[in-house]
Design a protein around this ligand. Structure first.
Ligand code: ZN
Length: 346
């Protein structure tokens, strides 16, 4: 039997609705949970998130959302579960980590591949730990991340393994590959757009995941937009992996959302013409609640919480249709493809 492993338990993928493969119900960079200015007003925050989710479900058919927030970025299992209870949304949490330069706490940098594998498998099969407490809420997918994110974006240097992947990231990715093989779950990745100028970060991630036995058909290479050229995307797709075009309506690393839409729509139309329609997924990378929205307000590159809940459906899908993309192709991208990749055999 195939299931989605949601925070409220295993459910049938048949009732997936529209699937958003990379979102964040609560988001704060590592350390934000220690700040006086970010203390949660828990009930109000949950209500705020749930109200948006309910609107997205009613008006745009959201049915399943992967909360791609890693443990050190404010992953909050109980909050996810409460939003799921109040709205009926399938919420899939992840285990895994942020890029090494932005995350992976020191404690975890010291762990072996075996220990990291065990951590991921326990999150996926027994339940995640939150603030020193075991919770009953299981993760349903794994996140890995690479890239030299900084105030001034730049490509990653070559790491000790000869790839543009840092030492700790290498271990995390190996553990993710093993855990994915053991549990049969998806791995969704963060690539940094700048790295596509010097390498194919999706291929570097796939190389390591496959060395550890992961099935490329269960891998989604994320943030595959802006920088990658068509050949780089085809190289990933020819390996049997999936590509996620995200930041729909969020002008990350470009001037305007409009500019990004056009870039992504053209890339997508080209890939569809080449027959890769069953290996593409779409998402926003939206922050449903960002406790520091006061600081991000002035920074258009951090507009993740301000994108309209329907933008994907009211702006991006019509743009695709105007370029000849069919309803069947859109159904595959928003429902069938992510459903297949996120399903776990039990
Ligand atoms: Zn994200």
């Amino acid at each position: 039997m195939e299931v989605f492993r949601t925070v409220l338990g295993d459910v049938s993928p048949e009732k997936s609705g529209v699937i958003l493969t990379h979102e964040h119900l609560l988001y704060g960079y590592p350390g934000a949970e220690l700040d006086h200015r970010t203390v949660l007003d828990y009930d109000n925050n949950v209500s705020f998130i749930a109200a948006q989710v309910s609107k997205g479900m009613a008006e745009h058919g959201y049915g399943t959302l992967v909360d791609m927030t890693p443990p050190e970025v404010g992953r909050h299992p109980e909050l996810m579960a409460e939003v799921a209870r109040r709205t009926g949304l399938n919420v899939i949490a992840i285990t895994g980590f942020f890029p090494e330069r932005m995350g992976v706490p020191y404690y975890w940098r010291r762990q072996t591949v075996e220990e990291l594998t065990d951590f991921f498998v326990k999150d996926l099969t027994e339940g995640m730990v939150f603030a020193w407490q075991q919770t009953p809420y299981r993760a349903g997918a794994i996140k890995i991340a690479t890239g030299q994110e900084s105030v001034t974006p730049m490509p990653s240097p070559i790491g000790p393994n000869g790839r543009r992947i840092h030492e700790v990231e290498d271990r995390v990715i190996r553990a993710a590959g093993r855990a994915s093989r053991i549990v049969g779950c998806a791995v969704n990745t963060h690539t940094d757009p700048m790295d596509y100028r010097v390498t194919n970060p999706g291929i570097e991630q796939l190389d390591i995941l496959e060395e550890e036995g992961a099935d490329p058909a269960k891998v989604i290479i994320g943030h595959a937009f802006v920088e990658p050229n068509d050949d780089q995307l085809r190289e990933i797709l020819n390996r049997g992996a999936n590509v996620q075009i995200d930041h729909i309506g969020i002008p990350w690393r470009v001037e305007t959302a409009e500019e990004l839409d056009e870039l992504m729509a053209n890339a997508l139309v080209g890939l569809l013409a080449d027959g890769f329609g069953s290996q593409i997924v779409l998402s926003f990378d939206r922050w449903f609640y960002n406790p520091r929205s006061d600081v991000t307000e002035s920074d258009p590159q951090l507009a993740n919480e301000r994108v309209d809940l329907g933008y994907l459906f009211t702006h991006f899908v019509p743009r695709l249709k105007s370029k000849g993309v069919t309803d069947e192709q859109i159904q595959a991208i928003l429902v069938d493809n992510p459903r297949r990749v996120l399903s776990i055999k039990v």
